[in-house]
Design a protein around this ligand. Structure first.
Ligand code: NAP
Length: 321
């Protein structure tokens, strides 16, 4: 009873409101994409998962800067809706929809083949698409579906488009990871859905750790090519990312998120900063925090020997041999 009186005291409401205000003021970060005058006319950019959430705002920003933007989406109707919205909002009609299901290696190969046939250049690739909260499910390639979508599909896509990006240098590859990578572990049997606990979406944390590890190795391999590769944490963002969670989780996320989390537009800022800002030109193999600052990722993500091994295993798993 005493505890209830204590917790119901109006001071808690006031403190929560103050905290929400402080978080709201802070979450905008120091870099404002609207104040950045970089133009992307003559540049081509691909954004995966561009039909909603963070990806849609990244694509919208590139389109505003005059880029030729390819929305790499898996759903035709959802992709078309985003395409229409982006063209209407930016007046840039050089925005196109191409379909890809990143959880399928065949679909990734098909998509990349079409891009290589149609595009003369590729300057920016944003690996944004991702899933969270999926139960165990093995794809027809034999991979856990979260690993296939969040890591192996984007890994293959990046490698298939790499020569085109190198020929178009300077180029930038940006991969969306998460603060949760710090809770991830590396066990290569995870790729096939073995030895994973799906409790509290551990599998998501593992995939986001692999994102950073392989991006770092990629950046080492790209030294001297004029192409950079970095990982980004967008922050905690109000999007559809919780769609596979139980209703109770989604409600809680939305209620807390309304006060404390970033909007999808705010969540896109660190990725846009990494992909277009003059300040980030030439920076490679780094991890950007949601406020656009450079940060050290978890120790496993900084292990160069592990990165080499991880990259080689992913190459083997995604090759056709
Ligand atoms: N929101 C956060 O708090 C948060 C925090 C840290 C990191 N991130 C990362 O930020 C990125 C964007 O997330 P978000 O919050 O914007 O999530 P979201 O609103 O759920 O959007 C995810 C996008 O990925 C697409 N996608 C999912 N599976 C796909 C597949 N197999 N093939 C192709 N596209 C697929 C979705 O397409 P459909 O609409 O057709 O499903 C959608 O366009 C993700 O990599 C996520 O891990 C988000």
């Amino acid at each position: 009873m005493i505890w209830m009186d204590f917790l119901c005291h109006p001071v808690w409401a006031v403190l929560t409101a103050v905290l929400a205000l402080v978080v709201r003021l802070q979450r905008r970060g120091s870099w404002d994409p609207h104040a950045c005058t970089v133009q992307l006319k003559g540049k081509t950019a691909i954004v995966t998962g561009a039909n909603t959430g963070i990806g849609k705002f990244i694509a919208l920003d590139f389109a505003r800067r005059g880029a030729r933007v390819i929305l790499a989406c898996r759903s035709e109707p959802r992709g078309r809706a985003a395409l229409k919205e982006i063209i209407a909002k930016t007046g840039n009609s050089n925005v196109h929809l191409r379909l890809v299901d990143l959880s399928s290696l065949d679909s990734v190969r098909e998509f990349a083949k079409r891009i290589l046939q149609e595009e003369k250049a590729l300057h920016i690739l944003v690996n944004n698409a991702g899933v969270s909260g999926l139960p165990r499910q093995i794809t027809k390639d034999g991979f856990d579906v979260s690993f296939a979508t969040n890591h192996l599909g984007p890994f293959l896509l990046t490698n298939l488009l790499l020569d085109l990006i190198k020929c178009s240098a300077p180029g930038r590859i940006v991969t969306l990871s998460s603060l949760n990578h710090g809770k991830g572990r590396v066990d290569f049997s995870h790729f096939h859905g073995d030895n994973i606990s799906y409790f509290l979406d551990n599998v998501y944390n593992h995939t986001k750790l692999h994102n950073i590890i392989c991006t770092n190795e990629l950046s080492r391999r790209l030294q001297g090519t004029g192409v950079t590769a970095n990982s980004v944490n967008p922050g905690v963002v109000m999007t559809e990312v919780m769609r596979h969670y139980p209703l109770m989780f989604r409600c809680l996320f939305n209620i807390v998120g309304f006060f404390f989390f970033k909007s999808a537009e705010e969540g896109a800022v660190s990725s846009i900063y990494c992909a277009v800002a003059e300040e980030t030109e030439g920076i490679t193999g780094k991890y950007f925090e949601s406020d656009c600052s450079l940060a050290l990722p978890a120790p496993l993500a900084r292990d160069a020997a592990l990165a080499l091994k991880d990259f080689e295993i992913c190459e083997r798993l995604t090759s056709k041999l």
